[in-house]
Design a protein around this ligand. Structure first.
Ligand code: NDP
Ligand code: DA3
Length: 320
């Protein structure tokens, strides 16, 4: 099989996990990390993001591990003109816009742009489409947490004055029970979750920061959101782990019989699991590029065997 020459843009939680997961792949080599910062704690070669295009000939797949709140909308299309890219863009409201922008850039550069991989969007997207397709009138609900949302935490950290910040998503457990029983029709994501933010910032900025977070479109405005201001010591002591998880619950009637489908994730590390998904879709992106494909792809458009380092013939024997 082809050895895929991979590189990373953006060295945060996700970038560190992608670096670790690429090293664990039998068919991938890590060429380097592109960052806006010059001093990173890694043995991998580090290059300035601004010089990325100079390395295009040495890289088959570029993993965009930047923040979705501002970095991806501002930068991703620029990379898609020069590389086959894989991102985890997760502002669901704006994914159609992202798709169009990345599709144009990728076609212009004759590359593939694999967008919105991860688990939501990503594996949850796959399950939502698959499960809902089975029922003439599907009842479907998605729940997240209790856990740390990296997208919402990145969005918090981008608010002026925020020195450190995280966001936890907390589902209403009764809503999950109701959804599992097929009584989820009145349950929405915004009614079934609350969002708790923990922020380190100067006292003088607290009111502006709380206002900026709680009114932030898409991320926080539609939800019951609370912002707690804490000290650096408390942040260091209590807010280091990044567990997460969730459920996609689908049910319905099939001509007189009732069935339900539940897809559950329990993640010890949100970044590690997201990286595992992004890296598998990076393998698929490299293969699609080798087949001469161009343009944007979501996870709904990728044949599952392309994700695996195991040959299709073996997968048919083992998994079908
Ligand atoms: N689809 C899905 O299921 C999921 C998607 N995601 C997405 O992944 C995105 C990235 O998450 P995450 O890695 O946690 O975000 P981080 O805030 O850790 O990193 C985002 C970017 O900020 C820069 N950065 C990181 N640390 C520092 C620092 N100490 N000082 C200055 N800059 C820094 C890095 O770029 P640089 O190196 O250039 O400075 C990095 O790429 C999220 O925004 C989310 O949208 C995450 C989880 C699941
Ligand atoms: N994209 C999310 C992954 C899941 C978690 C989530 C939430 O807690 O709102 N929504 O989608 C993340 O960045 O962690």
């Amino acid at each position: 099989p082809m050895i895929i020459r991979a590189a990373i843009v953006g060295y945060g939680n996700l970038g560190k996990s992608v670096e670790k997961l690429i090293r664990a792949q039998p068919d991938m080599d890590l060429v380097g990390i592109f960052s806006r910062r010059s001093e990173l704690d890694t043995d991998t070669p580090v290059f300035p993001s601004a010089a990325a295009a100079d390395h295009a000939q040495d890289i088959d797949v570029l993993f965009l591990c930047l923040g979705s709140a501002t970095d991806i909308p501002e930068q991703a299309a620029g990379y898609a003109r020069h590389f086959t890219t894989v991102d985890t863009y997760d502002n669901h409201q704006l994914i159609p816009d992202h798709y169009a922008r990345m599709d144009a850039a990728a076609r212009e550069g004759r590359h593939v742009a694999m967008i919105s991989t991860g688990w939501d969007p990503g594996l949850f997207s796959l399950n939502r489409t698959l499960a809902a397709a089975l029922f003439p009138d599907a009842q479907q609900n998605t729940f997240w947490g209790k856990g740390l949302s990296q997208g919402h935490s990145d969005a918090v950290r981008r608010v002026p004055g925020v020195r450190r910040g995280v966001q936890y998503t907390i589902p209403n457990e009764d809503a999950i029970v109701e959804a599992k029983a097929g009584r989820g029709a009145e349950i929405s994501a915004t009614s079934a979750h609350v969002r708790e933010c923990y922020v380190v910032a100067d006292e003088a900025d607290h009111a502006d920061i709380r206002e900026a977070i709680t009114t932030m479109p898409d991320y926080f405005a539609p939800y019951d959101t609370t912002v707690h201001f804490i000290s650096d010591e408390v942040f260091e002591r209590d807010h280091q782990g990044m567990p997460h998880g969730g459920h996609v619950v689908t049910s319905g009637d099939l001509g007189g019989s009732r069935s339900s489908v539940e897809f559950v994730l329990e993640l010890g590390s949100n970044p590690d699991f997201t990286a595992a998904s992004q890296v598998a879709y990076g393998r698929a992106a490299a293969r699609l590029t080798a087949e001469g494909k161009t343009g944007a792809f979501t996870v709904l458009e990728v044949a599952p065997y392309l994700l695996s380092p195991v040959a299709l013939e073996e997968l048919i024997r083992r998994d079908v």
